[in-house]
Design a protein. Structure first.
Length: 311
């Protein structure tokens, strides 16, 4: 039997976990030709998430859990799941049932019968999502696909079934600053996309605010593209050219036409604008420098405080 590892990052999911376990258990019972392990990664939850996982592990030996010493973020939880799973195939999904477990048999069929390395999912619509959030999400996908080598599909979910080879390839990319959606697209492999209708959370509240999503998008852009640095350089070339042209214009107006040089208000505006561009460019440079600084520390992506997994 093929072993399928179901990796579930969890952060304060005490309301959703019982519903998720019930649903994934039903799906696993229907897939008679596969065995399962359910690997839950508790990302420093403050509620009863860990207690519920321990209760599930007592009644079902397939349930494994890793509990972090603090909240390290979803990217660290994803990596921990990949690093500790034992399956021939690994599937990652959220505990809120926005990733329908019922798609799993179809996803496995595409890999085993059609020769795909992974089967990924995307939302066919953004029903129920605030319009402003949908607008910026679509804009992000357009931008990152134009300025990077990562192939990220609009509406892509983290819900994805992968072969062991693909999982091992992801683990070989041991970078500290991780953006999984970009990594999945960058490494390639033959991927089948499945579209499904957007569904609401089964319970609990989303942990992703607009600000967190904005910071996450910046992480993705700086992780897979140097375009911001190139734009900063182009700003420098452009304003140097404009300054040279204006100097020539002022000299001609003063010497030929006798016009006096303009006063301080226009000069102050120019200085403030150029100063703002300089600070923006320094900030962009700082983002990349900060990433290099964090990578050089070689800190672990996560620290496990408690687990029932055995490597």
């Amino acid at each position: 039997m093929d072993l399928i590892s179901v990796i579930v990052p969890c952060f304060n999911e005490q309301e959703a976990l019982p519903y998720f376990y019930e649903e994934i258990n039903k799906v696993s019972q229907k897939m008679n030709n596969s065995s399962f392990e359910f690997l839950f990664v508790d990302d420093g939850s403050k509620d009863r998430t860990l207690s519920i996982l321990k209760e599930l592990a007592q009644k079902d030996e397939r349930v494994k859990y890793i509990s972090f010493s603090r909240n390290f973020g979803k990217e660290a939880a994803i990596y921990a799941g990949f690093e500790n799973c034992k399956g021939d195939y690994a599937v990652m999904m959220d505990a809120d049932l926005q990733d329908p477990p019922s798609l799993l048999p179809e996803m496995l069929r595409w890999i085993k019968e059609e020769g795909y390395d992974s089967v990924a999912t995307r939302r066919g619509d953004r029903e129920g999502e605030p319009p402003i959030r949908s607008f910026f999400a679509k804009l992000f996908y357009k931008i990152i696909n134009k300025i990077s080598d990562a192939d990220i599909v609009d509406g892509a979910r983290d819900y994805r079934l992968m072969s062991r080879q693909m999982v091992d390839t992801i683990l070989s990319m041991g970078e500290y600053n991780r953006f999984s959606k970009g990594i999945f697209g960058w490494i390639g492999f033959k991927t089948k996309w499945i579209e499904f209708k957007n569904v609401e959370r089964v319970a609990g509240q989303t942990k992703w605010s607009f600000w967190k999503l904005f910071k996450y998008s910046l992480e993705g852009i700086t992780a897979f593209s140097v375009a911001p640095l190139q734009i900063a350089s182009l700003f420098g070339v452009f304003f140097s050219f404009v300054a040279f042209v204006m100097i020539v214009v002022i000299i001609i107006k003063t010497l030929v036409f006798g016009d006096p040089v303009g006063g301080w208000p226009s000069m102050a505006c120019i200085v403030m604008m150029i100063g703002g561009i300089q600070l923006l460019s320094i900030g962009v440079l700082g983002q990349y420098l900060a990433k290099a600084y964090m990578e050089s520390k070689h800190r672990p992506l996560y620290i496990a405080r408690e687990t029932n997994t055995k490597k």
